[in-house]
Design a protein around this ligand. Structure first.
Ligand code: NAP
Length: 245
């Protein structure tokens, strides 16, 4: 009997860090299912070049947690199960909290936190059926360091780290590991709104002297998903060139 290819779900895989994680999982031999609101040159190319049982992309708004749950069920039917979840999709909400409309905070929380919980819930059910699985949540260094102007975003990321620790306890005996990665500042669209001056300040304060790249973080995620990391669960691992040391 031929073994089915391991399947990874990556939220927000159209660009930035999600794109690097999709590339890395494919290179590591996984089939990959991903979603974002809009397709990109990257997802269009993969859909042209790879068979449907190796790469799947759907247009989906992570703010809709019911849609996220049905996405996982469709992926399980198409790929025969799910082995890996990388909760990557996220939006940055910038501005002083006192002037930020609560409806914007609520939408960000649905994308950054509730959808990650919905994905973890749906994937954990599938992983429990096969007796193994691996979840990585993409947090941020702002979950452990105060930064003015991103209070609600920081709260969403600190909540993800809490999810990681408690879920690791719930799922460990089922053979499922759960970890968080905390990137520093990456050179992606998410940070495009930051001023040159602010980015230079970050680089000055970073011992390794540069911003992070998506590949820096995708490498850590690939390690956490690998058998090399088989005794690591419930941890939050910082990948920031030393910014927070
Ligand atoms: P990015 O370049 O803006 O990419 C975000 C990805 O998420 C895109 O694929 C985007 O596609 C998708 N996405 C956003 N909102 C969505 C929604 N409502 N529904 C479905 N998909 C959605 O951001 P990034 O820098 O790669 O960030 C990835 C993760 O790393 C995020 O969780 C972020 O918080 C975290 N992080 C980033 C940094 C940084 O400095 N960049 C630092 C620490 C942590 P669409 O827009 O088409 O939906």
């Amino acid at each position: 009997m031929t073994q089915r290819r391991r399947c990874g779900i990556v939220s927000g895989g159209s660009r930035g860090l999600g794109r690097a994680v999709v590339e890395r999982l494919l290179a590591d031999g996984h089939a990959v299912a991903t979603f974002s609101r809009n397709s990109s040159d990257f997802t269009d190319r993969l859909r042209r070049e790879l068979p449907e049982d190796v790469f799947l992309w759907e247009a989906l708004d992570a703010a809709d947690s019911d849609a996220v749950g049905s996405f996982v069920r469709r992926v399980c039917r198409a790929f025969g199960g799910v082995d890996v979840l990388v909760n990557n999709a996220g939006v940055l909400l910038e501005g002083l909290l006192t002037t930020t409309p609560l409806r914007e905070v609520e939408r960000m929380m649905r994308i950054n936190l509730v959808s990650a919980i919905a994905l973890a819930q749906a994937c954990a059910k599938a992983m429990m059926r096969s007796g193994a699985g691996n979840i990585v949540n993409v947090s941020s260094v702002v979950s452990i360091r105060g930064v003015s102007g991103v209070a609600a975003y920081s709260a969403s990321k600190a909540a993800l780290d809490g999810l990681t620790r408690s879920l690791a306890r719930e799922l460990g005996r089922k053979g499922i590991r759960v970890n968080s990665v905390q990137p520093g500042y990456l050179d992606t669209e998410l940070t495009a709104s930051m001023t040159e001056q602010k980015l230079e300040q970050v680089v000055r304060r970073t011992p390794l002297g540069r911003l992070g790249t998506p590949a820096d973080v995708a490498g850590l995620i690939s390690f956490l998903l690998s058998d090399e990391a088989r005794f690591i669960t419930g941890q939050t691992i910082t990948v920031d060139g030393g910014l927070t040391c």
